[in-house]
Write a protein that binds this ligand. Structure first.
Ligand code: NAP
Length: 382
Protein backbone atom coordinates (compact mmCIF):
# COMPACT_ATOMS: atom_id res chain seq x y z
CA UNK A 1 0.00 0.00 0.00
CA UNK A 2 1.51 3.39 -0.91
CA UNK A 3 1.40 6.18 1.63
CA UNK A 4 -1.28 8.02 -0.34
CA UNK A 5 -3.62 4.94 -0.07
CA UNK A 6 -2.86 4.29 3.59
CA UNK A 7 -5.59 4.54 6.22
CA UNK A 8 -5.05 7.74 8.17
CA UNK A 9 -6.50 8.21 11.65
CA UNK A 10 -7.80 11.61 12.72
CA UNK A 11 -6.79 11.34 16.39
CA UNK A 12 -5.07 9.16 18.98
CA UNK A 13 -8.51 8.03 20.15
CA UNK A 14 -9.41 6.71 16.67
CA UNK A 15 -6.17 4.69 16.55
CA UNK A 16 -6.82 3.26 20.01
CA UNK A 17 -10.41 2.39 19.06
CA UNK A 18 -9.04 0.35 16.17
CA UNK A 19 -6.58 -1.38 18.52
CA UNK A 20 -9.46 -2.19 20.90
CA UNK A 21 -11.49 -3.62 18.02
CA UNK A 22 -8.57 -5.86 17.05
CA UNK A 23 -8.12 -6.97 20.66
CA UNK A 24 -11.72 -8.23 20.74
CA UNK A 25 -10.87 -10.81 18.07
CA UNK A 26 -9.08 -12.78 20.77
CA UNK A 27 -12.23 -13.19 22.91
CA UNK A 28 -12.59 -16.82 23.98
CA UNK A 29 -9.17 -17.73 22.52
CA UNK A 30 -6.62 -15.97 24.73
CA UNK A 31 -7.94 -16.47 28.26
CA UNK A 32 -6.60 -16.62 30.94
CA UNK A 33 -4.51 -13.94 29.21
CA UNK A 34 -6.08 -10.55 28.53
CA UNK A 35 -7.29 -9.56 25.07
CA UNK A 36 -4.81 -7.02 23.62
CA UNK A 37 -4.62 -5.14 20.32
CA UNK A 38 -1.83 -3.02 18.80
CA UNK A 39 -1.59 -0.56 15.91
CA UNK A 40 1.58 1.05 14.51
CA UNK A 41 1.25 4.40 12.74
CA UNK A 42 3.75 6.82 11.23
CA UNK A 43 4.24 10.46 12.22
CA UNK A 44 1.11 11.49 10.26
CA UNK A 45 -0.96 8.74 11.94
CA UNK A 46 -0.97 6.68 8.76
CA UNK A 47 -1.42 2.98 9.37
CA UNK A 48 1.76 0.90 9.14
CA UNK A 49 0.68 -2.38 10.75
CA UNK A 50 -1.74 -4.03 13.14
CA UNK A 51 -1.66 -7.03 15.45
CA UNK A 52 -3.52 -8.67 18.29
CA UNK A 53 -3.04 -11.48 20.78
CA UNK A 54 -4.63 -14.35 18.89
CA UNK A 55 -4.36 -17.36 21.18
CA UNK A 56 -3.13 -18.32 24.62
CA UNK A 57 0.57 -19.16 24.51
CA UNK A 58 1.03 -17.35 21.18
CA UNK A 59 2.86 -14.04 20.53
CA UNK A 60 1.46 -10.93 22.18
CA UNK A 61 -0.23 -8.14 20.21
CA UNK A 62 2.82 -5.86 20.06
CA UNK A 63 5.01 -8.64 18.68
CA UNK A 64 2.44 -9.54 16.02
CA UNK A 65 2.17 -5.89 14.96
CA UNK A 66 5.97 -5.54 14.86
CA UNK A 67 6.24 -8.67 12.72
CA UNK A 68 3.69 -7.25 10.27
CA UNK A 69 5.41 -3.85 10.18
CA UNK A 70 8.99 -4.74 9.21
CA UNK A 71 11.56 -1.97 9.96
CA UNK A 72 9.99 0.85 11.98
CA UNK A 73 10.45 4.30 10.36
CA UNK A 74 11.55 7.30 12.43
CA UNK A 75 8.66 9.11 14.08
CA UNK A 76 6.43 6.01 14.31
CA UNK A 77 4.12 5.46 17.28
CA UNK A 78 2.92 2.20 18.79
CA UNK A 79 -0.63 2.13 20.15
CA UNK A 80 -1.39 -0.76 22.45
CA UNK A 81 -4.53 -1.35 24.50
CA UNK A 82 -2.66 -2.70 27.56
CA UNK A 83 0.72 -1.92 29.08
CA UNK A 84 3.43 -4.08 27.43
CA UNK A 85 4.58 -6.89 29.71
CA UNK A 86 7.94 -6.63 31.42
CA UNK A 87 8.49 -10.24 32.50
CA UNK A 88 9.44 -13.55 30.90
CA UNK A 89 6.27 -15.64 30.68
CA UNK A 90 5.41 -17.97 27.81
CA UNK A 91 7.05 -15.33 25.59
CA UNK A 92 9.88 -12.77 26.23
CA UNK A 93 8.97 -9.29 27.59
CA UNK A 94 7.12 -7.18 25.02
CA UNK A 95 8.58 -4.01 26.56
CA UNK A 96 12.02 -5.15 25.33
CA UNK A 97 10.70 -5.75 21.79
CA UNK A 98 9.10 -2.28 21.78
CA UNK A 99 12.35 -0.67 22.93
CA UNK A 100 14.40 -2.62 20.39
CA UNK A 101 12.08 -1.49 17.56
CA UNK A 102 13.07 2.12 18.30
CA UNK A 103 9.68 3.80 18.75
CA UNK A 104 9.83 7.45 19.78
CA UNK A 105 6.39 7.26 21.35
CA UNK A 106 4.08 4.58 22.75
CA UNK A 107 0.41 5.17 23.58
CA UNK A 108 -1.19 2.78 26.07
CA UNK A 109 -4.88 2.24 26.83
CA UNK A 110 -4.46 1.19 30.45
CA UNK A 111 -1.97 -0.13 32.96
CA UNK A 112 -1.75 -3.90 33.44
CA UNK A 113 -3.50 -4.86 36.72
CA UNK A 114 -1.43 -8.05 37.10
CA UNK A 115 0.70 -7.54 40.23
CA UNK A 116 3.85 -8.78 38.44
CA UNK A 117 3.48 -6.06 35.75
CA UNK A 118 1.49 -3.13 37.30
CA UNK A 119 3.46 -0.23 35.84
CA UNK A 120 6.83 -1.98 35.42
CA UNK A 121 6.41 -2.22 31.63
CA UNK A 122 5.61 1.51 31.43
CA UNK A 123 8.60 2.38 33.63
CA UNK A 124 10.88 0.27 31.46
CA UNK A 125 9.82 2.15 28.31
CA UNK A 126 10.10 5.58 29.99
CA UNK A 127 13.58 4.76 31.31
CA UNK A 128 14.83 4.71 27.72
CA UNK A 129 13.58 8.27 27.16
CA UNK A 130 10.62 7.12 25.07
CA UNK A 131 7.48 9.26 25.30
CA UNK A 132 4.79 7.08 26.87
CA UNK A 133 1.19 8.31 27.09
CA UNK A 134 -1.12 6.19 29.22
CA UNK A 135 -4.92 6.36 29.41
CA UNK A 136 -6.16 6.99 25.86
CA UNK A 137 -9.69 5.44 25.69
CA UNK A 138 -8.97 4.19 29.20
CA UNK A 139 -12.58 3.32 30.12
CA UNK A 140 -12.98 1.10 27.06
CA UNK A 141 -9.53 -0.43 27.59
CA UNK A 142 -10.41 -1.24 31.22
CA UNK A 143 -13.78 -2.73 30.24
CA UNK A 144 -12.12 -5.00 27.71
CA UNK A 145 -9.93 -6.59 30.39
CA UNK A 146 -12.47 -6.55 33.25
CA UNK A 147 -12.60 -10.37 33.58
CA UNK A 148 -8.79 -10.58 33.50
CA UNK A 149 -8.56 -7.84 36.14
CA UNK A 150 -11.06 -9.71 38.33
CA UNK A 151 -8.89 -12.84 38.35
CA UNK A 152 -5.70 -10.82 38.90
CA UNK A 153 -6.94 -8.58 41.70
CA UNK A 154 -9.83 -10.41 43.37
CA UNK A 155 -8.71 -13.94 42.58
CA UNK A 156 -12.10 -15.03 41.28
CA UNK A 157 -13.62 -15.33 37.79
CA UNK A 158 -15.95 -12.81 36.17
CA UNK A 159 -19.52 -14.07 36.65
CA UNK A 160 -22.12 -13.78 33.87
CA UNK A 161 -25.68 -14.46 35.05
CA UNK A 162 -28.15 -15.64 32.44
CA UNK A 163 -31.83 -16.36 32.75
CA UNK A 164 -34.95 -16.45 30.58
CA UNK A 165 -38.18 -15.05 31.99
CA UNK A 166 -41.74 -14.37 30.96
CA UNK A 167 -43.16 -10.89 30.58
CA UNK A 168 -44.55 -11.22 34.13
CA UNK A 169 -41.03 -11.90 35.43
CA UNK A 170 -41.17 -15.65 36.05
CA UNK A 171 -38.54 -18.24 35.16
CA UNK A 172 -40.73 -21.30 35.69
CA UNK A 173 -44.38 -22.19 36.21
CA UNK A 174 -45.78 -22.95 39.68
CA UNK A 175 -44.92 -26.65 39.04
CA UNK A 176 -41.29 -25.78 38.22
CA UNK A 177 -41.61 -26.33 34.46
CA UNK A 178 -39.41 -23.96 32.43
CA UNK A 179 -38.52 -25.49 29.07
CA UNK A 180 -38.68 -23.48 27.01
CA UNK A 181 -39.52 -19.93 27.97
CA UNK A 182 -37.17 -18.37 25.41
CA UNK A 183 -37.18 -19.08 21.68
CA UNK A 184 -34.66 -20.98 19.55
CA UNK A 185 -32.78 -17.78 18.53
CA UNK A 186 -32.27 -16.80 22.18
CA UNK A 187 -31.10 -20.28 23.05
CA UNK A 188 -28.66 -20.13 20.12
CA UNK A 189 -27.08 -17.03 21.69
CA UNK A 190 -26.75 -18.91 25.00
CA UNK A 191 -24.92 -21.75 23.26
CA UNK A 192 -22.47 -19.20 21.81
CA UNK A 193 -21.98 -17.74 25.26
CA UNK A 194 -21.31 -21.19 26.73
CA UNK A 195 -18.70 -21.75 24.02
CA UNK A 196 -16.43 -19.02 25.39
CA UNK A 197 -16.79 -19.82 29.11
CA UNK A 198 -14.35 -21.60 31.40
CA UNK A 199 -17.12 -22.91 33.65
CA UNK A 200 -20.91 -23.08 33.81
CA UNK A 201 -22.41 -23.03 37.29
CA UNK A 202 -25.73 -24.48 38.32
CA UNK A 203 -27.27 -25.93 41.49
CA UNK A 204 -29.29 -28.88 42.74
CA UNK A 205 -32.75 -27.42 42.03
CA UNK A 206 -32.03 -26.85 38.33
CA UNK A 207 -30.44 -30.27 37.90
CA UNK A 208 -33.53 -31.88 39.45
CA UNK A 209 -36.06 -29.81 37.48
CA UNK A 210 -34.38 -29.54 34.07
CA UNK A 211 -31.75 -32.29 33.83
CA UNK A 212 -29.54 -29.86 31.80
CA UNK A 213 -26.53 -30.79 29.65
CA UNK A 214 -24.80 -27.40 29.99
CA UNK A 215 -22.71 -27.89 26.86
CA UNK A 216 -22.26 -25.56 23.87
CA UNK A 217 -23.98 -26.99 20.82
CA UNK A 218 -22.31 -26.56 18.36
CA UNK A 219 -19.03 -26.63 20.32
CA UNK A 220 -17.39 -23.25 20.84
CA UNK A 221 -13.83 -22.04 21.31
CA UNK A 222 -13.59 -23.41 24.87
CA UNK A 223 -15.08 -26.37 26.70
CA UNK A 224 -16.54 -25.23 29.99
CA UNK A 225 -16.21 -27.18 33.22
CA UNK A 226 -19.78 -27.92 34.37
CA UNK A 227 -20.15 -27.17 38.06
CA UNK A 228 -23.04 -28.17 40.33
CA UNK A 229 -23.53 -26.74 43.81
CA UNK A 230 -25.24 -29.45 45.80
CA UNK A 231 -24.29 -30.10 49.42
CA UNK A 232 -25.28 -33.78 49.36
CA UNK A 233 -24.70 -34.54 45.67
CA UNK A 234 -28.10 -36.23 45.55
CA UNK A 235 -29.33 -34.29 42.52
CA UNK A 236 -26.62 -36.03 40.48
CA UNK A 237 -28.44 -39.29 39.94
CA UNK A 238 -26.79 -42.00 37.84
CA UNK A 239 -29.15 -41.36 34.92
CA UNK A 240 -28.89 -37.55 34.73
CA UNK A 241 -27.20 -36.00 31.68
CA UNK A 242 -24.34 -34.49 33.67
CA UNK A 243 -23.32 -37.78 35.26
CA UNK A 244 -23.85 -39.72 32.05
CA UNK A 245 -21.50 -37.42 30.12
CA UNK A 246 -18.96 -36.63 32.86
CA UNK A 247 -16.22 -38.63 31.13
CA UNK A 248 -16.60 -36.63 27.89
CA UNK A 249 -17.13 -33.14 29.34
CA UNK A 250 -15.88 -32.53 32.89
CA UNK A 251 -18.27 -32.11 35.82
CA UNK A 252 -17.30 -30.71 39.21
CA UNK A 253 -19.58 -31.24 42.19
CA UNK A 254 -19.24 -28.51 44.83
CA UNK A 255 -20.46 -30.35 47.92
CA UNK A 256 -20.33 -30.12 51.69
CA UNK A 257 -17.77 -32.49 53.24
CA UNK A 258 -20.08 -33.39 56.12
CA UNK A 259 -23.18 -33.83 53.96
CA UNK A 260 -21.83 -35.94 51.09
CA UNK A 261 -22.09 -39.61 52.01
CA UNK A 262 -19.22 -42.03 51.26
CA UNK A 263 -21.39 -44.16 49.02
CA UNK A 264 -22.56 -41.18 46.95
CA UNK A 265 -18.98 -39.91 46.72
CA UNK A 266 -17.77 -43.30 45.50
CA UNK A 267 -20.52 -43.56 42.86
CA UNK A 268 -19.91 -40.07 41.53
CA UNK A 269 -16.14 -40.46 41.37
CA UNK A 270 -16.62 -43.78 39.63
CA UNK A 271 -18.74 -41.99 37.01
CA UNK A 272 -15.97 -39.42 36.45
CA UNK A 273 -17.38 -36.54 38.52
CA UNK A 274 -14.72 -34.51 40.32
CA UNK A 275 -15.56 -33.35 43.83
CA UNK A 276 -14.65 -30.08 45.51
CA UNK A 277 -15.62 -29.38 49.11
CA UNK A 278 -16.87 -25.88 49.69
CA UNK A 279 -16.27 -24.11 52.99
CA UNK A 280 -18.62 -21.89 54.98
CA UNK A 281 -21.99 -22.29 56.67
CA UNK A 282 -24.08 -20.11 54.38
CA UNK A 283 -24.97 -20.26 50.69
CA UNK A 284 -23.07 -17.03 50.02
CA UNK A 285 -19.96 -18.30 51.80
CA UNK A 286 -20.09 -21.56 49.86
CA UNK A 287 -20.43 -19.67 46.57
CA UNK A 288 -17.45 -17.50 47.52
CA UNK A 289 -15.30 -20.53 48.33
CA UNK A 290 -16.21 -22.16 45.01
CA UNK A 291 -15.36 -19.00 43.06
CA UNK A 292 -12.04 -18.77 44.87
CA UNK A 293 -11.29 -22.34 43.74
CA UNK A 294 -12.26 -21.49 40.15
CA UNK A 295 -9.98 -18.45 40.34
CA UNK A 296 -7.15 -20.75 41.47
CA UNK A 297 -7.87 -22.82 38.38
CA UNK A 298 -7.43 -19.69 36.23
CA UNK A 299 -11.08 -19.62 35.14
CA UNK A 300 -11.68 -16.16 33.66
CA UNK A 301 -15.36 -16.19 32.62
CA UNK A 302 -18.06 -18.31 34.23
CA UNK A 303 -21.74 -18.50 33.34
CA UNK A 304 -24.42 -18.85 35.98
CA UNK A 305 -27.31 -20.90 34.61
CA UNK A 306 -29.30 -21.66 37.71
CA UNK A 307 -32.59 -21.11 39.46
CA UNK A 308 -33.48 -18.42 42.00
CA UNK A 309 -31.66 -20.20 44.85
CA UNK A 310 -28.16 -19.91 43.41
CA UNK A 311 -28.81 -16.61 41.60
CA UNK A 312 -30.00 -15.16 44.92
CA UNK A 313 -26.91 -16.41 46.76
CA UNK A 314 -24.69 -14.86 44.08
CA UNK A 315 -26.51 -11.50 44.12
CA UNK A 316 -26.33 -11.40 47.94
CA UNK A 317 -22.61 -12.25 47.75
CA UNK A 318 -22.08 -9.38 45.28
CA UNK A 319 -20.50 -11.65 42.70
CA UNK A 320 -22.72 -11.09 39.65
CA UNK A 321 -20.70 -9.02 37.19
CA UNK A 322 -22.67 -9.16 33.96
CA UNK A 323 -26.30 -10.00 33.14
CA UNK A 324 -27.84 -11.58 30.05
CA UNK A 325 -31.62 -11.62 30.71
CA UNK A 326 -34.07 -12.78 28.07
CA UNK A 327 -37.68 -11.63 28.26
CA UNK A 328 -40.24 -13.66 26.30
CA UNK A 329 -43.65 -12.14 25.50
CA UNK A 330 -45.54 -14.80 27.50
CA UNK A 331 -47.51 -14.66 30.73
CA UNK A 332 -47.39 -17.45 33.28
CA UNK A 333 -49.21 -16.09 36.33
CA UNK A 334 -49.48 -17.85 39.69
CA UNK A 335 -48.22 -16.68 43.06
CA UNK A 336 -45.99 -19.77 43.30
CA UNK A 337 -44.36 -19.40 39.90
CA UNK A 338 -40.64 -18.68 40.47
CA UNK A 339 -39.01 -15.32 39.83
CA UNK A 340 -35.33 -15.23 38.75
CA UNK A 341 -33.61 -14.24 42.00
CA UNK A 342 -34.28 -15.25 45.65
CA UNK A 343 -31.81 -14.75 48.48
CA UNK A 344 -32.14 -11.93 50.99
CA UNK A 345 -32.25 -9.08 48.46
CA UNK A 346 -32.34 -5.38 49.34
CA UNK A 347 -34.59 -3.35 51.61
CA UNK A 348 -34.62 -0.01 49.89
CA UNK A 349 -34.64 1.16 46.29
CA UNK A 350 -31.53 3.40 46.61
CA UNK A 351 -29.58 0.27 47.60
CA UNK A 352 -30.29 -1.50 44.32
CA UNK A 353 -27.50 -2.37 41.92
CA UNK A 354 -28.14 -1.22 38.38
CA UNK A 355 -26.78 -2.40 35.11
CA UNK A 356 -24.40 -0.17 33.16
CA UNK A 357 -23.83 -0.02 29.41
CA UNK A 358 -27.22 -1.58 28.89
CA UNK A 359 -27.82 -3.11 25.47
CA UNK A 360 -31.30 -4.21 24.41
CA UNK A 361 -31.37 -6.62 21.49
CA UNK A 362 -34.33 -8.40 19.88
CA UNK A 363 -34.14 -12.14 19.23
CA UNK A 364 -37.28 -12.74 17.18
CA UNK A 365 -40.06 -11.85 19.62
CA UNK A 366 -37.76 -12.25 22.68
CA UNK A 367 -35.70 -9.37 24.02
CA UNK A 368 -32.20 -9.67 25.48
CA UNK A 369 -31.28 -7.13 28.14
CA UNK A 370 -27.54 -7.16 28.65
CA UNK A 371 -25.30 -5.08 30.89
CA UNK A 372 -22.54 -5.03 33.47
CA UNK A 373 -23.43 -4.76 37.15
CA UNK A 374 -22.56 -1.51 38.79
CA UNK A 375 -20.03 -2.24 41.54
CA UNK A 376 -21.35 -1.87 45.12
CA UNK A 377 -18.69 0.75 45.86
CA UNK A 378 -20.01 2.80 42.92
CA UNK A 379 -23.60 2.94 44.25
CA UNK A 380 -24.52 6.27 45.77
CA UNK A 381 -27.85 6.40 47.65
CA UNK A 382 -30.09 9.26 46.39
N1 NAP B 1 -35.83 -19.90 33.05
C1 NAP B 1 -34.57 -20.02 33.40
O1 NAP B 1 -33.69 -19.31 32.92
C2 NAP B 1 -34.18 -21.06 34.43
C3 NAP B 1 -32.84 -21.41 34.57
C4 NAP B 1 -32.51 -22.33 35.54
C5 NAP B 1 -33.50 -22.86 36.36
N2 NAP B 1 -34.78 -22.53 36.18
C6 NAP B 1 -35.84 -23.08 37.05
O2 NAP B 1 -35.51 -22.80 38.39
C7 NAP B 1 -36.15 -23.75 39.20
C8 NAP B 1 -35.20 -24.26 40.26
O3 NAP B 1 -35.00 -23.25 41.20
P1 NAP B 1 -34.01 -23.47 42.44
O4 NAP B 1 -33.92 -22.19 43.19
O5 NAP B 1 -34.38 -24.71 43.17
O6 NAP B 1 -32.69 -23.78 41.64
P2 NAP B 1 -31.14 -23.68 41.90
O7 NAP B 1 -30.74 -22.33 42.33
O8 NAP B 1 -30.51 -24.23 40.68
O9 NAP B 1 -30.90 -24.69 43.09
C9 NAP B 1 -31.08 -24.34 44.41
C10 NAP B 1 -30.71 -25.54 45.25
O10 NAP B 1 -29.31 -25.70 45.22
C11 NAP B 1 -28.81 -25.93 46.51
N3 NAP B 1 -27.55 -25.24 46.74
C12 NAP B 1 -26.40 -25.82 47.14
N4 NAP B 1 -25.46 -24.92 47.35
C13 NAP B 1 -26.00 -23.71 47.10
C14 NAP B 1 -25.51 -22.40 47.18
N5 NAP B 1 -24.26 -22.15 47.58
N6 NAP B 1 -26.33 -21.39 46.85
C15 NAP B 1 -27.58 -21.63 46.46
N7 NAP B 1 -28.15 -22.87 46.40
C16 NAP B 1 -27.33 -23.90 46.71
C17 NAP B 1 -29.86 -25.36 47.45
O11 NAP B 1 -29.92 -26.19 48.57
P3 NAP B 1 -29.27 -25.77 49.99
O12 NAP B 1 -30.43 -25.51 50.86
O13 NAP B 1 -28.52 -26.99 50.33
O14 NAP B 1 -28.42 -24.58 49.85
C18 NAP B 1 -31.14 -25.45 46.66
O15 NAP B 1 -31.84 -26.63 46.98
C19 NAP B 1 -36.65 -24.86 38.29
O16 NAP B 1 -38.03 -24.73 38.12
C20 NAP B 1 -35.93 -24.57 36.98
O17 NAP B 1 -36.68 -25.01 35.87
C21 NAP B 1 -35.16 -21.62 35.24
Amino acid sequence: MSHSDAVTFSSDERVMERALELAGRGRGLVEPNPMVGAVIVDGQRRLIAEGWHQRFGGPHAEVNALKAAGPIPAGATLFVTLEPCSHHGKTPPCADAVIAAGFERTVIGCQDPAPHVAGRGIARLRNTGMVVDVGVCETLAQELIAPFRMVQTERRPWVHAKWAMTLDGRIATRSGHSQWISNADSRGYVHQLRGRMDAILTAAGTVRADNPQLTARPAGMRTALRVVLDRTGESLTADCHLVQTARQTPVLLAADRAALGDQMRGQLEQAGVEIFFTSGDTRTARVASLLEELGRRQCTNVLLEAGPGLLGACLDAGVIDEVHAFVAPKLVGGADAKSPIDGVGRDRIPELSSLEDVRVQPFGTDTLIHGRMQRRDEIRPD
